[in-house]
Design a protein around this ligand. Sequence first.
Ligand SMILES: [Fe+2]
Ligand SMILES: [Fe+2]
Length: 184
Amino acid sequence: MLYRMKQFFNGIFAQGAEGEEVELLREALPEEEMRLFFQMNKADQRHALNVLKTAQSLLQDAGIGQQNVIQAEEARKLLVRCCLLHDVGRGYEMGPVRKSLAVLLDSLFPNWAREYDRNDAAGYLGKILYRYYKHAAIGSEMLRKQGLTEEAKIVALHHQEGFSGLDEQQKVILLVLKQADNLN
Ligand SMILES: [Fe+2]
Ligand SMILES: [Fe+2]
């Protein structure tokens, strides 16, 4: 509960990318994907940047034993893009208030909430729940359309068990992404 409250207030006061972070984004993301990043709500932009920071420090932690697999420059860049873009499917409107409402409905009325999750045109709650439950699939499709097929495969699974269709390197990237996401 305390964690959720902290998350809510962090979200309300979140600043989008600034200063050096904008440079980092420019280096990491092609133009179209930069646009996707900035289409996110400021709270989600901040969340994505925090996930990236955490993922990078997880990689430095020899304890997780994943460094060897992600040593190649390309793999590291893929991890960076996955961290920055993993929640693009939430869309601009999914700010901290809507997100908290979705979390609340999911914990109080899980069956109803799952059933009420429909599509963007399903009214206020229907849309919130749709974006909450389906953002991984929506984001994955957005990335696939931009030609980012590896990122699309990884992002699709970031709230699921399993590694369906991923190679060894992509599996490790997904693991690091999920771990970093859970810590933020
Ligand atoms: Fe997510
Ligand atoms: Fe996330």
